[in-house]
Design a binder for this molecule. Sequence first.
Ligand SMILES: Nc1ncnc2c1ncn2[C@@H]1O[C@H](COP(=O)(O)OP(=O)(O)OP(=O)(O)O)[C@@H](O)[C@H]1O
Length: 237
Amino acid sequence: MALITCKDLVLGYDGRAITQAFDFSVHTGDYLCIVGENGSGKSTLIKTLLHLQPPISGSIEAGDGLRPNEIGYLPQQTAVQRDFPASIREVVISGCQGRCGLRPFYNREEKKLAAEMIHKLGLDGMENRCYRELSGGQQQRVLLARALCATQKVLLLDEPVAGLDPKVTTEMYRIIDDLNKQDGITIIMISHDMDAALHYATHILHIGETSFYGTKAQYLNSKIGKRFASLEGSDAQ
Ligand SMILES: Nc1ncnc2c1ncn2[C@@H]1O[C@H](COP(=O)(O)OP(=O)(O)OP(=O)(O)O)[C@@H](O)[C@H]1O
């Protein structure tokens, strides 16, 4: 059974559609990359999947026991967020807030989970450093650790390598791939990096005037996949 099944989904704002209807599903262990031209609706899809806004029409169904709070989210960072005056430990453990309910403090289990995620993302010894003093790559690792405190089932990543240099980008992709392959965490990632999408993804969702959903091989054999992949590196992103 799929973790997430979307049928006849139309995205938009204030009753106005910005996409045609499209279908896709996400199964446990998938690595789904969402690609498409600028402004095609990728970030809107993420907001819709997180139920931060309703779809214009169509359905989003969770299955396989997935609860709404079991989707971890790594948003694109704004300049203000990059300047957040909190320690790494505080930022990471804030991913446990959904587990606290009305309890106004973190319990021992949550502190242990945060410490484990700090270790997993290679941030040991940096717990007390201020988040805003970190490099872009370190900040992304902190936010991944935070998202993993929220859930170990599904991660929604909105362009996680935006603004990172090539070396740190490769490192970030390796971390995400390990989370998928070694820990079985399902990945849903918006990507403008077709090379990486075609390297790491098991499935591709292309949204835009024409939409496509399928395995990577099916995408590469499709008309839209051939066209978009060949434009990769040009202004088609
Ligand atoms: N809050 C909003 N209200 C109305 N329209 C919006 C809103 N946010 C985005 N849009 C419009 O919806 C369309 C899709 O935007 P979205 O940010 O989802 O695209 P995207 O594929 O993520 O783009 P990019 O690749 O540039 O990040 C755009 O035309 C955008 O102007």
